[in-house]
Design a binder for this molecule. Structure first.
Ligand code: BG6
Length: 494
């Protein structure tokens, strides 16, 4: 159904995120009829656009480039643009908030948006506090109807800074009104993990340390840091990907069945996983966490620059662009099962996959002359292909009893780029409907930082020898060692 009528205010409305993700997602929602009947989308920015020049110079090019429904712009753009406004203000100017308050209430009266307000903070985290205070001082919050705030990562740099950010938000919003985006949770196959686990008889009974040998989660990218060198060089792969996206995937794979599908019940189970992560001391970090930084190399036959020569990156940077780690969850279901996580830039493929490797059967009946038995795998493909497959052993047709691995393969989206809704469509829709299930609750963020901070601290105490992998390789050799010394492989490369 359609969400309540509301106003959506986007701070940072001419920025990169708004142009790449937010306008295309909102426009796609409009095309599919998922926007409220009365909705005003207001971009707030410092630059001097008129409403028309904002439509023409910012929004239209963004939709042409990034929307999966770009071919329908002729039919839908005008209507969409009718709901889009621009307001020029500096987020540090008190007067600006006062003027904005008048603009906002007039718009609400004119459109019938009834005082429900969403504030999307698509700005750097150091601005969250000032914007929230500006909104409070100008009495835009508390809103006359309901109010929500949406924020992007990075949610802090470590636990203390995340807690500080959270205090700023909590000064004006209740926890249920805070939507912390982790866009991986909006991806189709990630939403599918709980369904696959809890709606099928096949998996749940074997989903534990008796039958599962290890879990591998890879999220690899071919791109380098692109234009985000200033942010990335301060963050690095551990903060950029592991603290949020990868640990969120771990929670979905490892959580207990929730009491119900209610938001709080699901979050309660997810946070328990994070609290059960075995903490790493310095010795464990040195043994079980590998960091890397790319040097010069080749991607798709193209020579690419080393990380240290990227735009806005320090030429002596020790920031990691690759992390591989082994973690353990200390609860009854998972004790003893390693979870191997891996992510990085300038790797050979753009791929996100979760691989559950089951324990092998004893070598009693079928071995040697039957060929080498492969373990059973359940593979959840998140992107670019979306689907799931199970790898089994079966007899090869013919007169000799040879055994080969076969796949039961369900492909939800085998043509890359075909019309699966974008993560941001689902997430924006859920914000408008008031469903925070696919967002991260504060205690999850907190527990994730508690796990990650000691890793960052151990690294800071011991400078790395970077670069240690060539662009286009699967990270440094130590990433292979991490699994090989346990007698395993990264299946992704096989
Ligand atoms: C973002 C990170 O959260 O996720 C980026 O900040 C990364 O560095 C991106 O490139 C990857 O997202 P996706 O959806 O392309 O896997």
């Amino acid at each position: 159904g359609k969400p309540d009528n509301c106003v959506l205010v986007i701070f940072g409305g001419t920025g990169d995120l708004a142009r790449r993700k937010l306008y295309p997602a909102l426009y796609n929602l409009h095309v599919d009829g998922f926007l409220p009947d009365a909705v005003g989308i207001i971009a707030v920015g410092r630059r001097g656009f008129t409403r028309e020049s904002f439509h023409d110079e910012i929004v239209l090019p963004s939709l042409k480039k990034f929307s999966r429904r770009a071919s329908e712009l002729d039919a839908f753009f005008k209507d969409f643009a009718d709901r889009l406004y621009y307001f020029q203000a500096d987020i540090y100017d008190e007067e600006g908030y006062k003027r904005f308050k008048r603009f906002l209430t007039e718009l609400e009266d004119a459109t019938g948006c009834t005082g429900n307000r969403i504030f999307y903070l698509a700005v750097a985290p150091e601005h969250f506090g000032p914007v929230v205070r500006g909104l409070q001082d100008a009495e835009m919050i508390p809103a006359p109807g309901w109010q929500r705030v949406v924020i992007e990562k990075p949610f802090g740099y470590d636990l203390p800074s995340a807690a500080e950010l959270n205090r700023h938000l909590r000064a004006a919003f209740r926890e249920e009104e805070i939507y912390r985006i982790d866009h991986y949770l909006g991806k189709e196959m990630i939403q599918n993990i709980m369904v696959i686990r809890f709606a099928n008889t096949f998996f749940e009974p074997v989903w534990n340390n008796k039958y599962i040998d290890n879990v591998q989660i890879t999220s690899a990218e071919r791109v380098g840091v692109e234009d985000r060198g200033d942010y990335y060089d301060r963050a690095g792969a551990l903060r950029d990907m592991v603290q949020n996206h990868l640990l969120q995937l771990v929670t979905l794979v490892a959580m207990e069945p929730p009491a119900s599908l209610a938001t709080e019940d699901i979050h309660d189970e997810k946070v328990k996983v994070l609290r059960s992560l075995r903490p790493m001391d310095e010795g464990a970090v040195n043994r079980n966490v590998v960091r890397g930084q790319y040097g010069a190399g080749e991607i798709n036959g193209q020579k690419v620059l080393p990380y240290r020569k990227e735009k806005k990156v320090s030429p002596v940077s020790n920031t990691e662009t690759f992390v591989a780690l082994k973690l353990f969850i200390e609860n009854f279901r998972w004790v003893g099962v390693p979870f191997y996580l891996r992510t990085g830039k300038r790797l050979p493929a753009k791929v996100t996959e979760i691989i559950i490797q089951f324990k092998s059967l004893p070598d009693i009946l079928y071995f040697k002359e039957y060929g080498e038995l492969r373990p059973n795998l359940l593979v959840i493909r998140v992107q670019p292909l979306e689907g799931i497959y199970v790898q089994l052993n079966a007899k090869r047709p013919g007169n000799n009893n040879y055994i080969i691995p076969i796949r039961l393969d369900f492909c939800q989206n085998c043509e890359v780029g075909v019309n699966s809704p974008e993560a941001y469509e689902r997430l924006l829709y859920d914000v408008m409907r008031g469903d925070p299930t696919l967002f991260t609750r504060w205690d999850e963020v907190e527990a994730a930082w508690r796990f990650v901070d000691p890793i960052a601290a151990a690294w800071a105490a011991r400078p790395p020898l970077f670069p240690n992998y060539a662009a286009g390789q699967w990270g440094p050799p130590a990433a292979q060692e991490l699994v090989i010394r346990d007698g395993r492989y990264w299946w992704q490369e096989h």
